[in-house]
Design a protein around this ligand. Sequence first.
Ligand code: F6P
Length: 322
Amino acid sequence: MNKKTIAVLTSGGDAPGMNAAIRAIVRSGIGADMKILGVKRGYNGLIKSDLIELNLRSVSDIIHRGGTVLYTARSPEFLMPSGIQKAKETCEKAGIDAVVVIGGDGSFRGARELSLTGVPCIGIPGTIDNDVGCSEYTIGFDTAMNTAMEMVDKLRDTAQSHDRCSVVEVMGRRCGQIALKTGISAGATAILVPEIPYDFNKDILERLISTQKMGKKHFIIVVAEGVGGIKDIAEKIFIKTGIQTRTTVLGHVQRGGSPTLMDRVVASEMGRHAIRLLEKNIKNRIIAMDCNKVVDYDIKEALKMKKPFDMELFKVALDISI
Ligand code: F6P
């Protein structure tokens, strides 16, 4: 019987731990007598047939590295029928039996389209935002939160020294998970997330004034990227309270760096799980985390799943930042 040929690609925003997932796929795939091809720059590499065979040593010395050795991209061409057709042709020519896509919901929608042309796909959730509907956890989230927490700790030192209010923007365009957890871990007085509309007077001003009356002299406000407007917020705080403010956008620093233990372990488990599915000829699944266990769902079902915002945790933040 011919060896199975499995292609792996990373797509969308890079996330720390993607390399650990690639390594797990290559090592467990070769262990299961498969041929593993790396696709460069996400779906663009499938369209352009930019493929490289990976061996056991190609993935040495990458488990601790941020970014992705396969490079990544957001591929507008792949969203068009002609792009998907070209990707399918690449798979046929290279004898690819299945594609493993490491990325977020957008990348999984691409995987679903590709699977409809007859190319089997498996998705592994990798994005710092932790916004994949079907999975409790996405590779990269823990590292990004820890990076953001360290950065906000540094901002706190200077805010404390000057009795200032530091207004910090963290990543998350549609999802406030980084803001919520970073905010709690850094003792923020207010946390603004895209999932919950905010009122400046009630959610910021009143909290600042009441905690100031209780003796607080410096303040941290964490704002998710999707809420934005940190300059306006900071200016309004100064005008209404006289508290000096400074703004910081943490930006892409949150996407880089060596993955935490959690991201390396989850990535390794999910990568191996993908190969186990393919060994059993199970296809078109999205791998996910449910109650700390690695599971998998049908790709169409997975894309319909929604992850509710953690209101309980949000209430914890409000109750203790007084
Ligand atoms: O990967 C997720 C993310 O980091 C979001 O939090 C952010 O909004 C977006 O990617 C930024 O994308 P880009 O790298 O294309 O600027």
